[in-house]
Design a protein around this ligand. Structure first.
Ligand code: ATP
Ligand code: MG
Length: 567
């Protein structure tokens, strides 16, 4: 397990308390956990919590954590997802070592155990059509009713189950059910389905099988086979625990794992459901699983979120028994806090407005010294070119500044960062009345950004020299959904945020950014943290905004404004 993943230490939570107690009482001598994704989609930040918990706990107690693919439904599962999941777990900083498993590794054993249940009179083949079976299971207020096939003889059940396996029946014709209790208060104990017929090739077992175990029949037994001691899963599996325990008790399994449930991570303005995320990808609402707006680990990586920030975030959220929705600001805080210490500062003008320095030689240029990271002296300095024509940020200038606007305006003097003081002398407009250029003068005595006479300015602007700056596309991201708690049961597509991506194609960045590489964050001064997009090319730079310097989206939403006034 990567030791860097142990950063910031563990939390204290009820899971760790349980493990402490198990060890103290001698119930366990080692701790074995597992992360059990179904390969039917990419991992999202909710999974990061489960990964961090399972791998983290194993690491803290000197045990081990398995990566086990819950690959029991070949209709929905794909090799692409298996590969992506492995890549993302590693990227997050965790390693299963030699402990890579698949539920499909156990298909033979699970099948034998199913026959064993049949022989013990604890499972039967049911021919009821799915809809009828559903109705007869009853509801929370109404007990279920026994299937007319429930009392088949062992011989008949064995014969039918073997013929199911041999491929004699079409999909859906029959299932194998556990014989437990149709009037149980727990719906999961009302003769749950253990095997269904699926004539589908499996990514690993090919066409060997045409019947597949259900999640419930595969999961606990897989844990037991692997010697998992603590089977940690999210709260929705709490009602499955009695079935998990029933199967463990009624089968000759080699060990007895215990299941514990914790609250899922829910994040504001975000959907963490593979079903919905698949819908977004397949429907073309986002540009793939790694679209930087997606809450997938692949999307967050492309957006420039470092894995350590994700680990820090899930550690801060902690592990609890009660469901809640975590404010996205908390995630952004973890990202900013980390990037502030490591990201080199650069200057980029997102929405350029040209300024001309009238008293600077038209063909002149010079290099000025800029600090790479004020938080890290070792990061050193760099040179940035200055010249006669420059770009500044369009919204750093107002022709008629209201009270409280301290940035650039006619007749006003401001500092160009690391360069000079400049005064706006004239505003040039086009025929439509739009400001297209500012004519300015500079004070040569203020080189580096300070006036020898001690006079002060109210604002410091970032800028880029027109002759040297590199054109770039800069993509700004806002939450994918308009509401803090998107309704995944409703018209989820209708809740997509039309402003989730804003693409700025006229941006200019300082020459040092020509050597930017994907995965290495930079801070664009006064703007936020950015990262080169992997699809960027030297001739066409694309930067993704990881996170703004401040939380502006909440304010945009609160005021309905398109942009926020703040220097
Ligand atoms: P989804 O609902 O997104 O499809 P899932 O639970 O079906 O998720 P799995 O691949 O089965 O996805 O999940 C693997 C593990 O990750 C499970 O143990 C599950 O409990 C855990 N997990 C999934 N989503 C979250 C979440 N939002 N927070 C914490 N753990 C999660
Ligand atoms: Mg699941």
């Amino acid at each position: 397990m990567a030791s860097e993943a142990a950063d910031a230490g563990a939390g204290r939570d009820f899971i760790r308390d349980i493990i402490d107690a198990d060890i103290a009482a001698g119930r366990n001598t080692e701790v074995v956990t597992r992360f059990p994704p179904e390969p039917n989609g990419y991992l999202h930040i909710g999974h990061a919590k489960a990964i961090w918990l399972n791998f983290g706990v194993a690491q803290e107690y000197g045990g081990r954590c398995h990566l086990r693919f819950d690959d029991t439904n070949p209709i929905k599962e794909e090799q692409e997802y298996i590969d992506a999941i492995k890549r993302d777990v590693h990227w997050l900083g965790f390693d299963w070592g030699t402990h890579l498993y698949h539920a499909s590794d156990y298909f033979d054993r699970l099948y034998d155990w199913a026959e064993q249940l049949i022989r013990a009179g604890k499972a039967y083949v049911d021919d009821l059509p799915a809809e009828e079976m559903r109705v007869m299971r009853g509801s929370l207020t109404e007990p279920g009713r026994n299937s007319p096939y429930r009392d088949r003889t062992v011989a008949e059940n064995l014969d039918l189950f073997r013929r199911m396996r041999a491929g004699e029946f079409p999909n859906g014709a029959r299932v194998l059910r556990a014989k437990i209790e149709m009037s149980s208060g727990n719906m999961n104990l009302r003769d749950p389905v253990l095997y269904r017929i699926l004539h589908a090739a499996h990514p690993r077992s090919g066409t060997t099988w045409c019947i597949y175990p259900t999640y419930d029949f595969a999961h606990g037994q897989s844990d037991a086979i692997e010697g998992v001691t603590h089977s940690l899963c999210s709260l929705e599996f709490e009602d499955h625990r009695p079935l998990y325990d029933w199967l463990i008790e009624n089968l000759p399994v080699p060990s007895r794992p215990q299941q514990y449930e914790f609250a899922r991570l829910n994040l504001g303005y975000t959907v963490l459901s593979k079903r919905v995320l698949t819908q977004l990808v397949r429907g073309g609402h986002v540009k793939g699983w790694d679209d930087p707006r997606m809450p997938t680990l692949a999307g967050l990586r492309r957006r420039g979120v470092p894995p350590a920030a994700i680990r820090d975030f899930v550690r801060r959220v902690g592990v609890a028994r009660a469901n809640s929705v975590v404010d996205i600001a908390m995630f952004e805080h973890s990202i900013r806090e980390l990037l502030n210490t490591i990201a080199p500062r650069r200057m980029a003008v997102l929405r350029p407005l040209k300024i001309r320095i009238d008293n600077y030689p038209a063909d002149g240029s010079e290099e000025l010294i800029a600090i790479n990271n004020p938080e890290d002296a070792a990061a050193g300095t760099r040179r940035i070119p200055f010249g006669h024509e420059l770009f500044i940020e369009r919204d750093d200038f107002l022709e008629d500044p209201p009270k409280g606007f301290y940035r650039f305006a006619p007749g006003r003097e401001v500092r160009l960062r690391y360069a000079y003081f400049v005064i706006c002398r004239e505003v040039v407009k086009n025929s439509a009345g739009e400001v297209v250029e500012l004519v300015c003068t500079y004070d040569p005595a203020t080189r580096g950004g300070n006036a020898p006479d001690g006079r002060r300015v109210q604002a410091t602007l970032h800028w880029a020299a027109a002759a040297h700056a590199i054109p770039a596309e800069i993509r700004l991201y806002n939450p994918l959904f308009t509401r803090p708690e998107p309704d995944i049961g409703g018209d989820i597509i209708g809740e997509l945020n039309p402003m989730s991506l804003e693409s700025l194609t006229e941006s200019r960045v300082e020459p040092a950014l020509a050597t930017a590489i994907p995965g290495e964050s930079v801070q664009f001064e006064r703007q936020g943290y950015f990262c080169l997009d992997p699809l960027s090319t030297p001739g066409r730079l694309i930067f993704n905004r990881t996170v703004a310097l401040r939380d502006s989206w909440t304010k945009v939403r609160a005021t309905g404004a398109q942009s926020v006034e703040k220097s």
